[in-house]
Ligand binder design. Structure first.
Ligand code: AMP
Ligand code: ZN
Length: 113
């Protein structure tokens, strides 16, 4: 755990947060500042600053196992959804602990801002 990382604190329950999903590798919770009716953050418990640092055991678990559970839980399969990983300065990353945004419940636009 990285001492001054907000998502480490959430993942290790130093800050009380309601999880919509959790297992031994990953937690998921609602974004504080939602950009869609459904906006979930999927966060590995282990601290990886960004996607390039994370092993396939984590990214594969998120995309193959966790996303389908959340898509089912929030009823996103029929209308679709968007997954986003902002990375680095130009990518718009503001929290330097890997997280996957799961967005749904409205029509998305393209290109993204
Ligand atoms: P990014 O800009 O991709 O790094 O996304 C960071 C996201 O974390 C933003 O959408 C924030 O609204 C969200 N966020 C920051 N702090 C918290 C928190 N304590 N609980 C839930 N979401 C948070
Ligand atoms: Zn962290």
């Amino acid at each position: 755990m990285s001492q001054d990382c907000i998502f480490c604190k959430i993942a290790w329950k130093k800050i009380e947060t309601e999880f919509v999903y959790e297992d031994d590798k990953v937690v998921a919770f609602k974004d504080l500042n939602p950009q869609a009716p459904i906006h979930i953050l999927i966060v590995p418990r282990e601290h990886f600053a960004e996607i390039l640092e994370a092993p396939a055991s984590i990214t594969g678990h998120i995309f193959s196992n966790v996303v389908p559970v959340l898509v089912d839980k929030f009823g996103l399969e029929s209308n679709g959804f968007r997954l986003v990983i902002n990375t680095g300065k130009q990518g718009g990353q503001t929290v330097e602990h890997l997280h996957v945004h799961l967005l749904g419940g409205r029509d998305m636009t393209w290109p993204p801002g």
